[in-house]
Write a protein that binds this ligand. Structure first.
Ligand SMILES: NC(=O)c1ccc[n+]([C@@H]2O[C@H](COP(=O)([O-])OP(=O)(O)OC[C@H]3O[C@@H](n4cnc5c(N)ncnc54)[C@H](OP(=O)(O)O)[C@@H]3O)[C@@H](O)[C@H]2O)c1
Length: 296
């Protein structure tokens, strides 16, 4: 069997086009252009690329965006002051704080400083708590991107056994909460694995849908996958590659070629969940702008 490739670039383009339509509709109704403030702390090259991609997606959809570069050595207070200013700035309906932050800064405090009504990354405890309780809120972008890939590709999570490998606050934990909700796109039976899981392969082989979010290059081998499973690879890892101009290439957490021989469907890296994450961010920004004019 050679797996069907779930092309995140195509699915994200579909979603971005829907957002662009929504932006035009909002402008017609209220004259308000949605606005996103992106905060980039330090000079991590990968983060800079992600922020540029997000700014480009905003521009294409008609969303106003501005990137605020903060020096790597800035203090927590400096960062909080900027977030306070952006919270009060009516041009911006959403604030993206690009993670990870430099080690001396406390991510959780900075995330909590963002006004929940502008939390378009869906990482504020208020957003995450509301999601856990099944209340309307901003969904975290990567988990929501995974859910959209499944739904738009015809793999409804309802009733499926989904195994997630990874329990971070950004991906694994909120993804588990989202997929188990009693709502459209949810209703799965979810198992979450991590480094203390015993006999990981035994668990992953029970998955109808297997989601890798570990940050370990090619950790999921074909022996860990049930024939016919749907495999979603959230991982983005740089590995050395002397044949590439930049000296590295991106691979996922799944050993793609052998797993693609066994799975029914698989997301590639790059071109899988990454572009969907960006599309969900602009979708959330549009939603925040609708809320600001009294509609949701
Ligand atoms: N596509 C996107 O847009 C997007 C967005 C965010 C992240 N990512 C990528 O997704 C990956 C995960 O990101 P993250 O922020 O969630 O990473 P993280 O905070 O480092 O968490 C990794 C999780 O994987 C678990 N894990 C690591 N190695 C394992 C192993 N050998 N067996 C079982 N579990 C293992 C860890 O378990 P413990 O908790 O026990 O340590 C942890 O829960 C990274 O490659 C990241 O670049 C992609």
């Amino acid at each position: 069997m050679t797996a069907r490739i779930l092309n995140g670039n195509d699915l994200a383009a579909e979603l971005r086009a829907e957002v662009a339509e929504g932006v035009a509709h909002l402008a017609q109704m209220s004259g308000v252009p949605p606005g996103l403030a992106a905060v980039l702390v330090g000079d991590d090259p990968a983060s800079a690329v992600y922020v540029r991609n997000k700014a480009r997606a905003c521009a294409e959809a008609g969303i106003f965006s501005e990137t605020f570069n903060v020096a790597a050595e800035s203090s927590q207070d400096d960062l909080h002051s900027l977030l306070d200013r952006l919270n009060a700035d009516h041009r911006f309906h959403g604030i993206l704080l690009q993670l990870p932050l430099p080690d001396h800064l406390v991510e959780s405090s900075a995330i909590e400083r963002i006004d929940p009504v502008k939390d378009v990354d869906g990482l504020h405890p208020v957003s995450q708590g509301r999601m856990l309780q099944g209340e309307p809120t901003f969904l975290p972008c990567t988990p929501a991107g995974v859910q959209q890939v499944l739904m738009r590709s015809g793999y409804d999570p309802a009733g499926q056994h989904i195994v997630i490998v990874g329990r971070s606050n950004i991906v694994g934990k909120p993804l588990a909460a989202l997929l188990m909700q009693r709502s459209a796109g949810g209703n799965a039976t979810v198992t979450v694995c991590h480094t203390r899981t015993r006999d990981l392969s035994d668990v992953t082989r029970q998955a109808d849908i297997l989601i890798a979010a570990m940050g370990v290059p090619r950790a999921i081998g074909a022996d860990m996958v049930r024939p016919g499973a749907v495999v979603i690879d959230v991982g983005i890892n740089r590995v050395d590659d002397a044949t590439r101009r930049r000296g590295y290439r991106l691979v996922g957490d799944v050993d793609y070629d052998p797993v693609a021989e066994k799975a029914e469907a698989i997301t590639p890296v790059p071109g899988g969940i990454g572009p969907m994450t960006v599309a969900m961010l602009i979708s959330n920004t549009l939603h925040a702008a609708w809320v600001s004019v009294g509609q949701s």
